[in-house]
Design a protein around this ligand. Structure first.
Ligand SMILES: Nc1ncnc2c1ncn2[C@@H]1O[C@H](COP(=O)(O)OP(=O)(O)OP(=O)(O)O)[C@@H](O)[C@H]1O
Ligand SMILES: [Mg+2]
Length: 232
């Protein structure tokens, strides 16, 4: 279980996140919805110690707050957290194969079969320099690289951004293959309809505060959610 208590993030005087309580169980897909600037990326970055944070975080019962406060991203990754950031998340000057091998540098091979089942057309791209790939392909590589880490908790920051709708749906529909093995997925998505289609629970973030939490069905029924995220 990933447990987050009273998480806050400030950039100077600006409080981007305040008093956030959230949990993610193994095997769950949990969506975080929110408008631009609501603090979604700040939440994910805070969990890897990438931004100034406060609060408490436990990973499978072990407190990892000190690692977060000290910005020890590497140690947090070693404990099973993997982030697909909003942009980047790939080594542009390395080949696809090298990106995947680096993703799994802590030991073992990348789960080649699972990754290629997810992105079959990447197979031929293994020797290609990732910086020369299209934007959508680079998003796939970022996700594949995170999967190569064999994470226990996968934090996805708009993983389908810039992808064709059919591929975006395909990617999200493949998440159950990983959650079936006990991976917990925290999914930040612009596309609320898609995200609520794959999530078991969802949170709504507004101006740094979690204002709602519930099943996708409950959120889809909520008029304010429909208005703000699903075009009424
Ligand atoms: N490094 C930073 N320095 C100053 N302010 C920042 C920084 N990073 C984010 N912010 C501010 O914090 C707030 C939350 O940003 P964040 O990136 O977490 O939002 P978001 O919900 O991910 O938005 P989007 O949907 O546009 O990606 C925004 O107002 C943003 O301008
Ligand atoms: Mg963001």
């Amino acid at each position: 279980m990933l447990e987050i208590h009273q998480l806050g993030v400030s950039y100077g005087a600006h409080r981007a996140l305040e008093g956030v309580n959230l949990f993610l169980a193994p095997g769950e897909v949990v969506a975080v919805l929110g408008a631009n600037g609501a603090g979604k990326s700040s939440l994910l970055k805070a969990l890897l110690g990438l931004v100034p944070a406060r609060g408490q975080v436990f990973l499978d019962g072990e407190e990892v707050t000190p690692l977060i406060l000290q910005g020890r991203t590497e140690a947090l990754a070693a404990r099973g957290l993997a982030l697909v950031p909003e942009r980047g998340g790939v080594f542009r000057n390395l080949s696809l194969r090298e990106n995947l091998l680096l993703g799994s540098y802590r030991g073992g091979d990348p789960p080649w079969e699972e990754i290629l089942a997810l992105f079959p057309h990447l197979e031929k791209r293994m020797p290609q320099r990732v910086g020369s790939m299209s934007g959508g392909e680079q998003r796939m590589v970022a996700l594949a690289r995170a999967l190569a880490q064999r994470p226990r908790y996968l934090l996805l920051d708009e993983p389908t951004l810039g992808l064709a709708p059919i591929l975006a749906r395909k990617i999200l529909e493949t998440l159950p293959a990983f959650t079936a093995k006990g991976v917990g997925v925290l999914l930040v998505e612009q596309n609320a309809g898609l995200a609520l289609g794959v999530a078991q629970r969802a949170y709504l973030l507004e101006q740094g505060h979690l204002v709602r939490e519930g099943t996708p069905e409950a959120l889809l029924r909520d008029p304010s959610v429909r208005q703000a995220y699903l075009g009424g």
